[in-house]
Design a protein around this ligand. Structure first.
Ligand code: ATP
Ligand code: MG
Length: 469
């Protein structure tokens, strides 16, 4: 009995970590970089008698001297206690309840200290049936300790720290006392630039396999070394990713590829042996002959855009990732005699259809992707009627950027890309001249238009045109 009790106590202690308070001299966070919104939320909660800290990615980025993307606050107040303290606050989520406090366009996410393992959170977020049932089971177990409140298992700060993924993601900053609270040697790891999973890494990957991807993402983003024990079980656990619900996989893939470190993340995935089977999309893109150059160029462009403070849309990125595959289906359909435009529609259907089982591409994103693809052969048709209408098309800019990428990687005529570059900037006279010039250059676009009227070409018809020039 007693031994059991002691083991439990010890076991709990190692898992939870010991609270260490770090003073300004050691952490040197520049509090003037904190936005008023985050400060107001923390102070309001503290003045109401609660504990409140800035937590997670924002603290990590502040310690590294980077500008945090957003600010999250962790508190011991429940969402019901948080909400009435702010004029504009919304209760979000049912199973994983948090409060969004709004300041103009800024949103501060306030979450209550939790003890729930993240597998539960994952299930709660995507509402996956199977996981939800598991969740209910697990919650029963915790229920006995009396901390269950609906589907949210509130806990103390040390429990909240222990359920986070990496030591450098589990730091809390109290701006009022200018203190960093650290349970898992996060500051030490920050200084040695080490990415280390809290707790037993294999167990944490089993709880939530998405953490495998997060290792690659943060190692790439931060340029940290992965601790050997954190790295060791990755390859053997890679197949667990197959069980992750597709909506969640999509979200994580976006984060991986769209937070400015896509190329570095891909490199990490390769090093960790995670690039195969993990993202069928990447697999296929990189496996397609000639696909690799295009996809790498697209990822490099995305990184560069984000580095310049521009945005990069998921639809553009996914249109790029799937293009090598679409292109090969397009070519195959044309070889069977399907006219170019219809063949492209068919290729888009096939590729998007095959993807949807694994990666839940939202309908709006899929329709934008389709438009970017469909505009490719249309951009090759440079007649007065088409050209001006295309310029007005809501997806013109994306389709043009896409054409530039294709031209750069040998998939389209550089001359065509240059033509569109000039056409956009030209005045009416210059446009007329450009159209004139294109009419002389592009005779085969007429061939294609005639073909469209025919459902199926007669046997022995001349060879179908291949992918857009
Ligand atoms: P970024 O700046 O890239 O958003 P972040 O650290 O804020 O980095 P988020 O994905 O926004 O990353 O998550 C916020 C915090 O929530 C993390 O710092 C971590 O403490 C915790 N967290 C998020 N996802 C998980 C997970 N799957 N397992 C454990 N903890 C997680
Ligand atoms: Mg974040």
């Amino acid at each position: 009995m007693i031994r059991k009790f002691i083991t439990r106590l010890l076991g709990k202690q190692t898992a939870l970590g010991k609270r260490v308070e770090i003073a300004h001299a050691q952490h040197q966070i520049d509090a003037s970089r904190l936005p008023n919104s985050a400060l107001t939320v923390v102070r309001t909660l503290q003045q109401a008698g609660f504990e409140a800290y800035i937590v997670g990615g924002a603290v990590r980025d502040l310690l590294l001297g980077l500008k945090p993307k957003d600010f999250d606050v962790a508190t011991n107040a429940t969402p019901e206690q948080v909400k009435p303290l702010f004029r504009r606050a919304l209760l979000i989520g049912r199973r994983f309840r948090i409060v969004h406090v709004m300041f103009g366009r800024e949103v501060i996410e306030v979450s209550t200290f939790r003890a729930a393992p993240d597998a539960q959170r994952a299930a709660a977020v995507d509402g996956d049936e199977r996981n939800t049932r598991e969740l209910a089971g697990k919650q029963h177990a915790v229920d006995a300790s009396g901390r269950v409140l609906r589907d949210n298992v509130w806990g103390a700060q040390d429990e909240d720290a222990a359920r986070r993924d990496f030591t450098v993601n589990a730091l809390y900053y109290d701006p009022t006392r200018d203190l960093v609270v650290d349970y898992h040697h996060g500051l030490r790891d920050m200084k040695s630039r080490t990415l280390r999973m809290i707790g037993d890494p294999a167990q944490r990957y089993r709880e939530d396999p998405v953490r495998l991807l997060r290792v690659a993402r943060f190692a790439a983003k931060l340029g940290f070394d992965i601790a050997p024990a954190t790295r060791a079980p990755i390859t053997t656990h890679a197949e667990l990713l197959q069980g992750v619900p597709s909506a969640r996989l999509f979200d994580e893939t976006i984060k991986l590829l769209q937070t400015g470190h896509a190329l570095a993340s891909l490199e990490q995935l390769r090093k960790l042996g995670l690039h195969h089977g993990l993202l069928p999309l990447l697999d296929m893109a990189l496996g397609q002959p000639g696909g690799e150059a295009f996809v790498l160029a697209a990822l490099g462009d995305t990184d560069a855009r984000l580095a310049q403070g521009k945005t990069a849309s998921p639809s553009f990125l996914f249109a790029c990732l799937l293009w090598p595959q679409v292109e090969s289906h397009w070519r195959a359909a044309q070889d069977e005699g399907v006219p170019a435009i219809a063949a492209l529609d068919q290729a888009a259907d096939e590729v998007l259809g095959a993807q949807s089982a694994r990666l839940a591409i939202q309908r709006r994103i899929a329709s934008d992707m389709r438009e970017i693809w469909q505009l490719q052969p249309r951009l090759a048709r440079r007649t007065a009627r088409y050209a001006d209408a295309l310029l007005e098309h809501p997806r013109f800019r994306a389709a043009f950027d896409f054409l530039l990428l294709r031209a750069r990687t040998g998939g389209a005529e550089p001359e065509l890309a240059r033509w569109w570059e000039q056409y956009q900037q030209a005045d009416a006279d210059a446009r007329a001249a450009l159209l004139e010039q294109a009419a002389h250059a592009g005779a085969d676009s007429t061939v294609r238009r005639k073909r469209r009227r025919r459902r199926k070409p007669a046997a022995g018809a001349d060879a179908a045109p291949t992918a857009a020039e």
